[in-house]
Design a binder for this molecule. Structure first.
Ligand SMILES: NC(=O)c1ccc[n+]([C@@H]2O[C@H](COP(=O)([O-])OP(=O)(O)OC[C@H]3O[C@@H](n4cnc5c(N)ncnc54)[C@H](O)[C@@H]3O)[C@@H](O)[C@H]2O)c1
Length: 320
């Protein structure tokens, strides 16, 4: 009988990671190659594909890469058919390609909105649609979608991204619902804030020795009080692609150091003057105990605890 760790192996499987010339896609591919999979990737132009090919070569990974826009169904169909001929049928699809546009919603053009929805939501639909029939024929497969904390939360300037990633969460559940009977598992990874070269400036220590404001914001929201590393995502990526997760379907697993479980730290560094109105309210509430003291003199402990107790007593009396 195979040992439990053997169930995490991807030996001989063909794994297609979309948009994997660099970034998280490349990191997933490296993990899959280590687990024994054959790597296939696409990207939006030849320059990026070449960049990816040279990265894989440096790492000693034999990969198949080609230009293919995930929003173009014709290109995707051709890419899948070429992969089937040159590498083999696709066992694992990671819908990783994604874009984000940070623009306040009322300033966003319809074109910009559509661009994000097309890559982040329609792309996974097109690519999944292209591999599912062959997965059904061959008795199963794995689809892993790149969700985000924005699949659950909103934030300023990311309306299209949040709408797309929220939609992708539901596409994940729906692929599971429709094709789970064919032994296809569709799950998603929702990374939190991951330290990458692109986000390095946001983590730079300030000239006065303090944390960058955004770094402070993220750490104060994260129980782990740190950013994630790309390595933090790899265990789950391999697990969801492997037979070890064969009875897990339609799930989004967030790798966020606990952000989504946490209401956030006491923001003691907030500027109190901005909340003057709120302060006034607090002062009013604080004045209330004066009544309490008066009541204390005349009645029992239960009555003095809170004014509503009196009301409750009144009500129950009148009922009688
Ligand atoms: N980096 C993070 O912290 C983070 C957090 C949450 C979710 N994600 C998601 O994970 C995925 C990867 O993130 P990343 O930071 O590595 O992104 P990235 O921008 O570094 O890489 C995305 C890749 O997708 C490619 N791509 C874009 N449009 C494409 C298209 N139409 N067709 C084919 N390829 C296309 C890009 O060229 C690039 O190679 C994205 O879907 C992203 O939304 C990332």
């Amino acid at each position: 009988m195979a040992g439990v760790l053997d169930k995490f192996k991807l030996t001989g499987k063909v794994a297609w990671i979309t948009g994997a010339s660099y970034g998280l896609g490349l990191a997933y591919a490296v993990a899959y190659a280590e687990a024994g999979a054959k790597i296939v990737f696409n990207d939006i132009n030849q320059e990026l594909v070449d960049r990816g090919m040279s990265e894989y070569k440096k790492l000693g990974i034999k990969a198949y890469g080609a230009v293919c826009d995930v929003t173009n169904e014709k290109q995707v169909t051709k890419f899948v058919s070429d992969v089937e001929k040159k590498v083999g049928p696709i066992d694992i699809l990671v819908n990783n390609a994604g874009i984000i546009k940070r623009i306040p919603m009322t300033e966003m053009t319809l074109e910009q909105w559509n661009a994000v929805i097309n890559v982040d939501l329609t792309g996974p639909f097109i690519c999944s649609k292209a591999v599912i029939p062959s997965m059904i024929k061959r008795g199963g497969g794995k689809i892993i979608n790149a969700c985000s904390m924005m699949s659950e939360l909103g934030r300023e300037t990311v309306s299209a991204y949040a709408a797309a990633k929220g939609g992708l969460k539901m596409l994940t559940k729906n692929i599971c619902s429709e094709y789970g009977q064919y032994n296809i598992q569709c799950n998603a990874i929702g990374p939190g804030y991951i330290a990458t070269p692109q986000t390095a400036p946001l983590r730079e220590i300030q000239p006065d020795g303090s944390l960058h404001p955004f770094d402070r914001f993220i750490r104060s929201k994260t129980p782990a009080q740190r950013w994630g590393e790309t390595e933090d995502l790899m265990g789950l990526a391999v697990f969801l692609a492997s037979p070890a997760s064969d009875f897990i379907n339609g799930q989004v697993v967030y790798i966020d150091g606990g952000i989504l479980a946490y209401i956030g730290q006491d923001p003691s560094n907030l500027d109190a003057s901005k909340f003057a109105k709120h302060k006034d309210k607090e002062t009013l509430t604080k004045k209330a105990p004066a009544k309490k003291t008066a009541a204390k003199k005349t009645s029992s402990k239960t009555v003095t605890k809170k004014a509503p107790a009196k009301t409750a007593a009144k009500k129950s009396t009148s009922k009688k």
